[in-house]
Design a protein around this ligand. Structure first.
Ligand SMILES: Cc1cc2nc3c(=O)[nH]c(=O)nc-3n(C[C@H](O)[C@H](O)[C@H](O)COP(=O)(O)OP(=O)(O)OC[C@H]3O[C@@H](n4cnc5c(N)ncnc54)[C@H](O)[C@@H]3O)c2cc1C
Length: 427
């Protein structure tokens, strides 16, 4: 008898209205929403702290959302998922995200391409608001708590196992993320469970990810960032596509928004053959205009060695790379002894710096990973699994392609909020 009452007590201690597995961006939003609606909620997070990925978003500045307030224009960025997302975005859209953070004392500012950031420019401030929201009301947060197994039967999730304990709930929200930046905790556990439970899980591949480049001139420029470059990509020497935007040189190759947002197309090209590219560092000036500028520099610095004059022809920090491409012999010449052909070579280079793509970087460097639960298996109004009546799926676990620009986090706020509301019976 004594044993029975203890086990009953034990059971109720480990029972919650809702359990959220994963305390990342969408999990914190979902748990906070559940608590706001007055239900008891347990967050199980395997890291020592919640929101590790959120803290590094947007290069530490956190691109919270995209300030596109026209729902149709916004959804057009989500490709095939746009119809599915209409209902959830009508429940919690971009304006709601602005209101959410601004009402909590964190104003947002809008930068180029409608990217919205906290005015403080600190991802940590976004995290602090989410952490506080997720800890409001009847929330129990257990960090250092990896879920290792899920029990389910007859279309219901029955319990989750974490260390020696087993937790039960009326509703469960899976928010364990995809495979992007797996060092932040998202190692694909959710995909494995969902597969075991009978869900289809589209194969993951790194998306919104930097590229590996062969040439050393690129790598020695590591850390240099160029604001408005044009890159043209070629497949087996034939022009494929071109884009203009910001790039960042790294010790392995190239990153920055232009590259990250080209990763999908580059990945497709890599399957078809050799991918090369050229960088035009002055896309708004044609060859003859650049040549005129180069001539001016030649005139002013005619008695300098070429290697010491390059910095006056290219954006800050670029000269070591150009020097490498031009070769030692030419760079050691005095400017006045550079021939007309050599000068034209320099102008050509400035307009089309060549590189070879070796591949995409892996999951550890990817902003998001492709793949996940197909949307036909999830109810659009509630984020509820169509296979399990008490299971909701959020954020990067869903198979939704999108570019960089605040769309991923908006997707997390939206799906987290909708899952939280639905788990409390609001839909
Ligand atoms: C470097 C980088 C920069 C980015 N910048 C931006 C940006 O500026 N704007 C933007 O919109 N998007 C950005 N993103 C994408 C965005 O951060 C993600 O889309 C978003 O964080 C995904 O949220 P999520 O809730 O699905 O998963 P995550 O935030 O990955 O959270 C999943 C959580 O689940 C936990 N977990 C996993 N398995 C278990 C388990 N078995 N038991 C318990 N807990 C578990 C993990 O530890 C983790 O805390 C960026 C991503 C990266 C990597």
């Amino acid at each position: 008898m004594a044993y029975e009452s203890k086990s009953h007590k034990e059971r109720s201690k480990n029972h919650f209205d809702v359990i959220v597995v994963g305390g990342g961006s969408s999990g914190m939003m979902a748990a906070g929403r559940v608590a706001e609606l007055g239900k008891s909620v347990l967050i199980l997070e395997k890291n020592p702290k919640m929101g590790e990925k959120l803290k590094i978003t947007g290069g530490g500045r956190c691109n919270v959302t995209n300030a596109e307030f026209d729902i149709h224009a916004l959804l057009s960025k989500f490709g095939k998922a746009k119809d599915f997302l209409f209902s959830p975005f009508s429940q919690f859209g971009v304006q709601d995200t602005f209101n959410f953070f601004e009402m909590r004392g964190l104003p947002l500012i809008v930068e180029a391409q409608k990217r919205a950031f906290p005015k403080t420019q600190k991802a940590l401030d976004v995290f602090k608001i989410m952490d506080k929201y997720a800890r409001n009301g009847k929330v129990t947060v257990r960090t250092n708590s990896p879920v290792t197994d899920i029990k389910f039967s007859d279309g219901l999730v029955t319990s989750v196992k974490c260390k020696a304990d087993s937790y039960t709930a009326d509703q469960f929200i899976f928010a364990t993320g995809g495979l992007g930046a797996s060092q932040t905790g998202s190692t694909g556990d959710g995909f494995n469970w969902l597969k075991k439970m009978g869900h289809g899980v589209e194969k993951s591949s790194p998306n919104i990810v930097p590229i590996k480049v062969k040439e050393s001139w690129v790598k020695i420029l590591s850390g240099v960032s160029l604001i408005s470059m044009k890159i043209t990509f070629f497949l087996n020497g034939k022009k494929s596509f071109a884009k203009t935007g910001r790039i960042l040189f790294t010790h392995f190759g190239l990153s920055g928004p232009l590259i990250l947002n080209s990763a999908n197309e580059i990945s497709a090209l890599l399957h078809a053959g050799e991918v090369t590219g050229t960088i035009d560092i002055y896309p708004n000036s044609d060859f003859s205009k650049v040549e005129k500028e180069v001539l001016k520099v030649f005139d002013t610095y005619k008695n300098k060695l070429l290697k010491n004059a390059i910095e006056f022809m290219v954006p800050a920090g670029m000269s070591p790379g150009i020097e490498k491409l031009l070769g030692k012999e030419m760079c050691e010449k005095k400017v006045h002894s550079i021939s007309k052909e050599e000068r034209k070579t320099i102008v050509h280079l400035i307009k089309s710096l060549p590189f070879t793509v070796e591949g995409l970087m892996g999951f550890e460097r990817s902003v998001v990973s492709d793949g996940g639960v197909p949307l036909k298996e999830v109810d659009t109004k509630t984020m509820r699994s169509k296979l399990f009546r008490n299971l909701y799926i959020t954020g990067d676990l869903l198979h939704i392609n999108r570019p960089s620009g605040g769309y991923s986090l908006q997707l997390c706020w939206t799906t987290g909020y909708v899952a939280g509301s639905s788990a409390c019976g609001l839909q």
